[in-house]
Design a protein around this ligand. Sequence first.
Ligand code: PGA
Length: 255
Amino acid sequence: MNEIRKKIVAANWKMNTTVTQGEKLVEDILLHLPGELNCTVIIAPPFTHLPMLVKKVEGTKICSAAQNCHQDKSGAFTGEISVDMLSDLGVNYVIIGHSERRQLFHEDNEIIKLKLDAVLAAGLLPIFCCGEPLDIRESETQNIFVHQQLEESLFHLHKDDFAKVCIAYEPIWAIGTGVTASPEQAQEMHMFIRDKIAIRYNKFVSETTRILYGGSIKADNAKTLFSQDDVDGGLVGGASLNSAGFLDIIRAACG
Ligand code: PGA
């Protein structure tokens, strides 16, 4: 257990569950949550579930997150949700730059940078996703690729704002594919990211920043991934939709 960085386990439900199903899932998780929880648990359901979630987790150790937001404060953006709407609900975190947003909704590093600024300006906490596609991994240029994501969307932040950011490294080839990065591959990239943070900011900032791994985390691979020196927990998609499996992942992070 790293003394400086408490682990985080974040559930990304993506576009799954109705509010009724989501409510049942939260209830099941709360019912079996370890009493001595020495890690942070975050749930990011669809937008429609957030009022229910915020209410359900009030006074518990679970935090709430949105999966996305718009970068502008308000206006004619049909179908979008602003950071003020989220903060008004009492949401804690916002996931920014998930690879599905980048690939399917064409969000580039510049838009993600604006979203990040909007999240911080609203007093919310960003979970910033980065990670390379398969062809980049195959050409062994993943470090250059991820470094560019950090430079173009994240490293403009002042040190005090950067300290509020949690990073999630999610290699795209491992998301929803059942192929997990090996613990060594995850550790190597996390150490690389931490080194870049130390160069851009300083050693203290780099050692206190939480870097989560994401991509096909399951109960049976979570412990080995989380035991890597620079892996501070995980962003869990598919396996977070089952309460028993997700609770096992929480136990792997907290144990
Ligand atoms: P997965 O998704 O765990 O289903 O691979 C992770 C994510 O996209 O955050």
